[in-house]
Design a protein. Sequence first.
Length: 251
Amino acid sequence: MSLVSSGELKQICVIADDAGMSKGQQWAQFLNCPLNPSSLDPYYFRFYIEGERLYVRDQDKRLLEIDFDKNHLDYERKGHRGKQEIIAKALGAAKGCKKVLDLSVGMGIDSVFLTQLGFQVTGVERSPVLYALLSEAFAKTQKEYLKSYKLHFANSLDFLREQNGKIEIDSIYFDPMYPHKKKSSLPKQEMVVFRDLVGHDDDAAEVLKEALKWPVKRVVVKRPIHAEQLLPGVIHSFEGKVVRYDSYVVG
Ligand SMILES: C[S@@+](CC[C@H](N)C(=O)[O-])C[C@H]1O[C@@H](n2cnc3c(N)ncnc32)[C@H](O)[C@@H]1O
């Protein structure tokens, strides 16, 4: 598969060891790319499968890995304030909102935190590589509270159009890539690979418009603290130190 990334086409291949061969075949087919090619040179991204471990490296060996049990990206947060966390307030935890639709799972950091806070989360991700990493991470995690997470591979715009009225959701959460500088929760090398993989989310306003058609209590968009609103009409902003959560519907 050729992956669109920042306007360029970048190639990927899968490299699996003997223990990871059956997963290797599955994901190479899904990504529509070669498995264990004789030369790695043409491939900007290399998707490694070593037994149960999956990770991506770019040509410069920068690493991207999703493992909810390793906690290298703060997947299990200690000392959180439960319903007092601003993300929980924004999503209406105190008003009884429990079922959240995350339209931008990414590395799963927010989704996992929301699940840890007691929300039942359904997530949507459109990057095939991230979807592959996420679905394996959810499959192998030892964390019981993540077992009921529902992950979908789709463009959220299509998902919203097709599923409106079909699934029960209290609040919608959306964290599209911000085109300019954004303080990231990812370390630098992961951020470079991540940005290269997902590119820009230029359709974010369109996705938000579609989300606002759903009969939910909250639609919440995460933004850098000083960024403009994704669309006008924010009813309340819940502000942290570096990000804010703009709430569009308060039911
Ligand atoms: C800024 S990241 C989200 C980070 C995420 N909140 C986390 O905690 O890891 C944006 C992610 O949303 C995904 N995304 C953006 N727009 C999307 C859409 N319309 N459909 C599906 N996924 C989308 C991108 O592919 C990217 O992985």
